[in-house]
Write a protein that binds this ligand. Structure first.
Ligand code: 5GP
Length: 199
């Protein structure tokens, strides 16, 4: 059976990745999201097992020690990691999986799973980014400053990705991601078995 593919989506904090990914999942039923583990506090409106698996630092470090992560990173004083088993299972079942992760983790995936597809989402301007984070109302000014500083560094990594999408509108960006997914599904390696009936 042809295995699924990982679609890694990164971009600076506040660019709207989670909203875009929700829209992709809403529009397309046959693409799946990897739910990460994190030590960051739950934001209002977030749910355990839907947005993240919320862990204490001790719990996270235990998972790390036991090799449970496909990749992990420290980001703005918190740990984030992709649980390996559910992703492997989905890929083995031929399902395409989205990983919405930051750059260090994405680079780890690139090293270990180079056949994955890497998509970088950028804001139209940095002013727009800061105003989006402020509008979310969930971060202190100190955290916002740290996230903006991190964002500027992150944007330097865009050239490591296969695709760059400027997020002018959630709907357009979600549709553009779906175009990339559709194109990848027509790749020769994924379709070659279909030629058997033509022989
Ligand atoms: P937030 O705290 O805003 O939900 O996420 C902060 C950053 O961590 C975002 O860039 C998000 O994409 C990233 N992130 C979320 N889950 C993971 C993960 O499992 N691994 C890595 N490396 N980054 C993650």
């Amino acid at each position: 059976m042809v295995k699924g593919k990982m679609f890694v989506i990164s971009g600076p904090s506040g660019v709207g990745k989670s909203t875009i990914v929700s829209e992709v999942l809403r529009k397309k039923e046959d693409i799946f999201l990897s739910v990460s583990a994190t030590t960051r506090a739950k934001r209002n409106g977030e749910e355990e097992g839907i947005n993240y698996y919320y862990k204490t630092e001790a719990e996270f470090l235990k998972m790390l020690e036991e090799g449970e992560f496909l990749e992990w990173a420290q980001f703005c004083n918190n740990y984030y990691g992709t649980p390996k088993t559910p992703v492997q299972k989905m890929l083995d079942e031929g399902k395409d999986v989205i990983l919405e992760i930051e750059i260090q983790g994405a680079m780890e995936v690139k090293k270990n799973f180079p056949e994955s597809i890497f998509i970088f989402v950028v804001p139209p301007t940095l002013d727009e980014l800061v105003s989006r984070i402020r509008k979310r109302g969930t971060e202190t000014e100190e955290v916002i400053a740290l996230r903006m500083e991190t964002a500027k560094k992150e944007i330097q990594y865009a050239q490591e990705y296969d695709y760059i999408l400027t997020n002018h509108s959630v709907d357009d960006t979600a549709n553009n991601i779906l175009c990339i997914v559709a194109a990848e599904r027509f790749r020769m390696e994924r379709c070659i078995d279909e030629l058997e009936v033509l022989k």
